[in-house]
Design a protein around this ligand. Structure first.
Ligand code: NAD
Ligand code: MG
Length: 390
């Protein structure tokens, strides 16, 4: 790949944790990139600041109410301003050489699909899109000849470990899990945790939604679904191993019993850098891995009684059809309700489970079907939460 002339890049979810980490890396090699599109949900000020710093060609804000604010902030610059979910899709369809999909939630699905359709390189952080519409996304990537680079640290580790062999030579993939902030807590202790406690992850600094998912371990469930789509080795060959230090980011065991793994400090800039520079490597200022200082690495099997979300996700893949999309949408609403203190921590997974049991729409065939299911589940979940509260 010729990196001599500036590569065009777009970042969807530029103001978020992954988005800003990506821009931190772009700052290190500013001359290599021309920024096509930067997007955000509703923070016009932050988006304008980034658009000015990076001289973006277009800045898109999903919340149309923020259009005027963004327009005013970018007056006198050459950055084009747009607003609304459809314009996110238009911006993705511009076809940057490299697109970072870092919107949180199923809202990221349409622009991610549009980016894949261009047949270029898409770095994927937005796991909810893959969970809800994995078959559709993988088919789109294949049809367009797009390169899909996983950014989630575990999947990036697997992707890197697969450079040493082929998917058909794999015996087992092991997704590692930190276990989250409540790894050693009893169900009784978890019953009364606050959003602040749930969001305070021991190893990783991340957005609120994924932090809560890590605390319930639904994050690992979503990652299981993600891995199932990205690395077709059979669901029974994907294991989860709790590893509290988050040093080994995942492992691939080949049929000869060689196991390859990727290790590194728990800093998302490392997997993002691997995707940004791929197939090259870039120099980062991330902390080196100091195993002598860490001294030990621990491992344990996940406790499914205390963390039922993993089993729920495994069952969702086995059930197939609409179930993963239902699981994802119900979880998005339940997590948002927990963050507003409308439901308790342990209720998140219970609500997801009850919604899955109570709704069985036909198998979705396209984006319209997926979004129909997504909308319906959001309504049903919100209603269930209201009923619980009264
Ligand atoms: P975040 O909440 O920090 O940022 C989310 C970004 O998406 C923001 O720019 C926000 O403005 C935008 N956004 C939110 N809702 C939107 C909507 N409805 N429409 C358009 N844009 C919207 O989240 P994050 O932690 O950066 O995570 C982003 C994605 O990456 C998630 O899917 C998450 O699971 C995944 N991920 C994150 C990490 C991490 O370390 N943060 C690690 C692995 C995977
Ligand atoms: Mg992860």
């Amino acid at each position: 790949m010729n990196h001599a002339s500036p590569r065009t890049i777009s970042i969807f979810g530029a103001t978020g944790s992954v988005g800003t980490s990506t821009l931190d890396l772009v700052r290190l090699e500013r001359d290599k990139y021309r920024i096509l599109a930067l997007t955000a949900n509703s923070n016009a000020e932050e988006l304008a600041k980034l658009a000015i710093e990076f001289d973006a060609e277009i800045a898109v804000i999903a919340d149309s109410n923020q259009y005027e604010a963004l327009k005013n902030l970018l007056t006198g610059t050459k950055t084009e301003v747009a607003a609304g979910p459809e314009r996110l899709v238009d911006a993705a369809a511009l076809g940057a050489d490299w697109t970072m999909a870092a919107i949180v939630g199923c809202a990221g699905l349409p622009p991610t699909l549009a980016a894949l359709k261009c047949g270029k390189t898409v770095a994927l952080a937005n796991k909810e899109a893959l969970v809800s519409a994995g078959a559709l996304m993988m088919a789109q990537a294949r049809a367009a000849g797009a390169t899909l680079l996983p950014v989630d640290s575990e999947h990036n580790a697997i992707f890197q470990s697969l450079q040493g062999g082929r998917v058909d030579q794999v015996r087992k993939i092991t997704l590692t899990a930190s276990g989250g902030p409540f790894r050693t807590w009893s169900r009784e202790q978890m019953a009364s945790v606050t959003p602040e406690q749930a969001v305070a992850h021991p190893n990783w600094d991340m957005g609120a939604k994924i932090s809560v998912d890590s605390a319930t371990m639904m994050n690992k469930g979503l990652e299981l679904i993600e891995a199932h789509h990205l690395f077709p080795v059979g669901l029974e060959n994907i294991d989860i191993l709790v590893h509290p230090q988050s040093v080994i980011h995942s492992m691939v065991e080949y049929k000869d019993r060689s196991t390859l793994a990727q290790l590194g400090s728990p800093d998302m800039r490392i997997p993002i850098a691997s995707a940004l520079a791929w197939p090259e490597r870039m120099t980062t200022d991330c902390l080196p891995l100091d195993l002598a200082k860490i001294t030990r690495l621990d491992f344990e099997t996940p406790d499914h009684d205390r963390f039922p979300a993993i089993k729920l996700s495994r069952d969702a893949i086995e059930a197939g059809g609409a179930v993963p999309a239902i699981l994802n949408a119900a979880n998005e609403i339940a997590v948002a309700a927990f963050l507003k203190e409308d439901v308790q921590f342990l209720e998140i997974t219970e609500i997801v489970s009850r919604i899955i049991d109570s709704y069985s729409p036909p198998v979705p065939n396209d984006l319209v079907d997926i979004f129909g299911i997504d909308r319906e589940v959001r309504e049903r979940t919100a209603t269930m939460i209201e009923d619980v509260r009264v």
